[in-house]
Design a binder for this molecule. Structure first.
Ligand SMILES: C[S@@+](CC[C@H](N)C(=O)[O-])C[C@H]1O[C@@H](n2cnc3c(N)ncnc32)[C@H](O)[C@@H]1O
Length: 292
């Protein structure tokens, strides 16, 4: 790969998906883009760059999607789901006793293991949620992973990663070598394509945002920008959950760590975070979105 081709791809990926590649990731580009080049009848990376410069929207999407890392598994890292069951949901069930509704956003849901893990946790709490509306929205940049998420179909290998056997038996149906999550669980998760680099105010305000293992690929300015916008999309008494290698500390005051719960954050008070929407503003916005 020539240095100009590499620089072109670096800038292209940063602009389109936020992916921040250091100067030495040639192998990564080649391992992900050479198969796409071959599939598209191109001779190599130089031809691919030329085609990209030509600007077909469909090819742009294919290149961006080929470069995403979609690694995920059920109940990944366990701790975030402990936070969900032990802190987040009990606090929100109290705080939303009148409204009886909770909005959850998986901001990089990949192939669905994360949103469906949350859906299973919610289902397990159904005794405390009778008459409640719990919305789970899974978004991702990649349409391809969203299609798999919607289908809810997983291989034997995928269901063996993180999913307790009792939950597999209870919530999935086996067809040949594949397992499909049951229709009532699929119905609990809505899907939508969304690039976190772009405006997401149209989604409204959430009680819980899971934004795990995606911001690690972005540079500092992009992370700060996304955190500040996520704070505006979180209810004043809501929660954000990050991945094990991610933090807001040292980047923004828009969120503050929840005491003794690694990876769990709450929006900061408006007094210390002037950039975020006031609680009343968030409530007004939610009402406007709901058309009330
Ligand atoms: C490593 S997976 C993480 C999945 C899940 N959150 C987890 O922790 O298991 C990262 C996901 O982020 C998505 N992604 C990458 N860039 C994105 C962007 N700019 N906007 C939204 N999603 C993005 C990828 O398509 C991929 O599915």
């Amino acid at each position: 790969m020539t240095p100009p081709d590499y620089e072109y791809l670096r800038k292209f990926l940063k602009d389109h998906s936020g992916l921040d590649l250091s100067a030495d990731k040639h192998y990564l580009i080649e391992s992900r883009l050479l198969p796409l080049a071959r599939k598209s009848g191109l001779n190599g990376i130089s031809d691919l760059v030329q085609k990209l410069r030509g600007g077909s929207a469909d090819f742009v999407t294919q290149v961006v999607e080929a470069m995403t890392t979609n690694e995920t598994f059920f109940f990944r890292d366990k701790i975030p789901f402990d936070h969900f069951r032990e802190v987040i949901m009990p606090e929100l069930i109290k705080a939303r006793a009148n409204r009886k509704s909770i909005r959850i956003w998986c901001a990089a849901g990949s192939t669905g293991q994360e949103p469906y893990s949350l859906a299973m946790c919610v289902k397990e709490m159904s005794a405390a949620l009778t008459g409640w509306r719990v919305e789970i929205l899974a978004t991702d940049l990649s349409q391809e992973v969203l299609e798999k998420s919607k289908s809810g179909i997983y291989s034997q290998f995928e269901v063996q990663r993180g999913l307790p056997i009792q939950m597999l038996v209870k919530y999935f149906k086996q067809t040949g070598e594949l397992w499909q999550i049951n229709p009532d669980m699929r119905a609990m998760v809505q899907h939508r394509q969304l690039n976190l680099l772009q405006d997401f105010t149209q989604l409204g305000v959430f009680d819980i945002i899971f934004c795990r293992n995606v911001l690690i690929y972005f540079d500092q300015d992009t992370k700060v920008n996304i955190f500040n916008r996520l704070a505006k999309a979180t209810e004043a008494d809501g929660f954000m959950v990050l991945g094990a290698a991610e933090t807001v500390v040292g980047l923004t005051d828009a969120f503050k760590p929840y005491p003794d719960r690694r990876g769990l954050y709450r929006p900061n008070t408006p007094a210390t975070a002037p950039g975020r929407m006031l609680g009343a503003g968030a409530a007004a916005k939610r009402a406007a979105i709901a058309g009330t």
